[in-house]
Design a protein around this ligand. Structure first.
Ligand code: HEM
Length: 367
């Protein structure tokens, strides 16, 4: 339904050039805005059949094909490339509300508080594996369209490729023996299949739309994703700064971009490339709408994990203690200290000595 509203609102308001207010604004209807916000699909179809012949939306438009219809009939006047497209800024602005929804999703909130299990996190990266492999990574679709003038500008396979990181993480959580089963698309969950279908549909409608999916995933992984990685390391993998495995990326490879030295610089470059993309106003609007859709698909992934978790239907991951002890052969055991422990021990000893010395001086000054 959200998709339907998104497409319908986008189509109708496109001719009025005010689509952004309609896309997902909860206040749009209250303010006498979008007439579709509270309508069921059947109601919208009824309304569509009542439009006059002269209306830009004709009777025989199939609701779910609305973007296709627009691509064929877009008005000539908006065909010029924008001189200052600001595509990244438009996507950031356009996805603000849905970004907040993603942050406030039950599963993401639990993730942020560090209370998810490895079974849940394992499901998450298993889902992402399919999204990156078939959708936006090696990725079959982005690579196929890498010569598209918009994709080309922000195509960074060397820096961003996640497929092998995801395989490493899956091996970490489930063991090598289960990789074939976990990465078989036949075993993908409904939300994953819907996401991959969304990516394929976008590529068919207009390959430039893939940039919206690329933006939401990669900039998300380099932004909020990095916060989530820290929570994961500390609360789920239970690593401590004083242990030898603190600097290990095992189990966290997905969030580790080894070819990006400075995340902020890279994100700025990525945004700058998007801001210079050769787009018309029409394509820009479609891309922003697609970015919103991409967030919705991600939220659906989170919801699915929560539902599977609530009904105990998640695959079981390996015992983390066993995995971590393999990961960290020099982890302190039976009184043997790691490098971190030596530093803490030395610092504590030195502080105690300094305190003792200062007390001794004060006492001796009195006498
Ligand atoms: C717990 C969940 C999340 C948190 C805490 C979070 C947090 C953040 C933060 C702090 C930023 C700003 C970083 C900066 O300015 O450099 C950001 C940016 C971003 N996030 Fe999220 N985020 C979350 C979920 C998501 C999800 C689910 C997606 C989409 C898949 C996403 C996509 C993005 C994108 C695309 C940006 C870049 C915005 C821009 O600068 O254009 N985030 N996030």
């Amino acid at each position: 339904m959200v998709t339907l509203l998104r497409e319908t609102s986008l189509g109708i308001s496109y001719s009025l050039n005010i689509y952004r207010i309609f896309l997902i604004s909860p206040t749009a209807n209250k303010e006498g805005g979008c007439p579709f916000v509270l309508k069921a699909k059947d109601d919208i179809e009824d309304m569509m059949t009542q439009l006059s012949d002269g209306h830009p939306i004709t009777h025989d438009v199939k609701i779910n094909m609305f973007n296709n219809y627009l691509l064929e009939t877009k008005p000539k006047k908006n065909q010029e490339y924008l001189s200052n497209p600001q595509l990244a800024s438009a996507m950031k602005e356009g996805t603000k509300i849905v970004h907040a929804a993603a942050e406030n999703n039950i599963f993401t909130k639990r993730f942020l508080s560090g209370s998810i299990s490895t079974d849940e996190y394992g499901r998450y990266i298993n889902s992402l594996y399919f999204i990156y492999k078939y959708g936006i990574m090696r990725e079959d679709l982005l690579a196929q369209h890498k010569e598209n003038p918009i994709i080309k500008l922000a195509y960074f396979p060397f820096e961003l490729t996640r497929e092998s990181s995801l395989i490493k993480d899956l091996e970490y959580y489930y063991g090598k023996d289960r990789i074939a089963e976990l990465t078989d698309f036949k075993n993908a969950t409904p939300a994953v299949k819907a996401y991959v279908k969304g990516l394929k549909d976008a590529a068919e409608r207009n390959p430039a739309l893939l940039i919206a999916h690329s933006y939401s995933r990669y900039l998300g992984d380099l932004s909020g994703g990095q916060i989530l990685a820290k929570r994961l390391k500390k609360h789920v993998l239970k690593r401590d700064v004083i242990n030898a495995n603190w600097d290990s990326h095992r189990g966290l490879e997905f969030y580790h971009f080894e070819h990006i030295l400075n995340h902020n610089e890279f994100k700025n470059l990525y945004r700058q490339r998007l801001d210079e993309s050769p787009v018309t106003q029409y394509v820009k609007d479609l891309i922003v709408a697609e970015a919103i859709y991409s967030f919705e698909l991600n939220i659906a992934l989170f919801d699915e994990i929560q539902t599977l978790s609530d009904s105990n239907k998640l695959h079981t991951t390996l015992d983390l203690d066993d995995v971590e002890s393999v990961d960290s052969p020099i982890k302190p055991k039976n009184g043997l200290c790691s490098n971190g422990d030596w530093i803490v021990g030395f610092a504590t000893g030195f502080a105690t000595f300094a305190l003792g010395l200062s007390l001794y001086r004060r006492i001796s000054e009195r006498f």
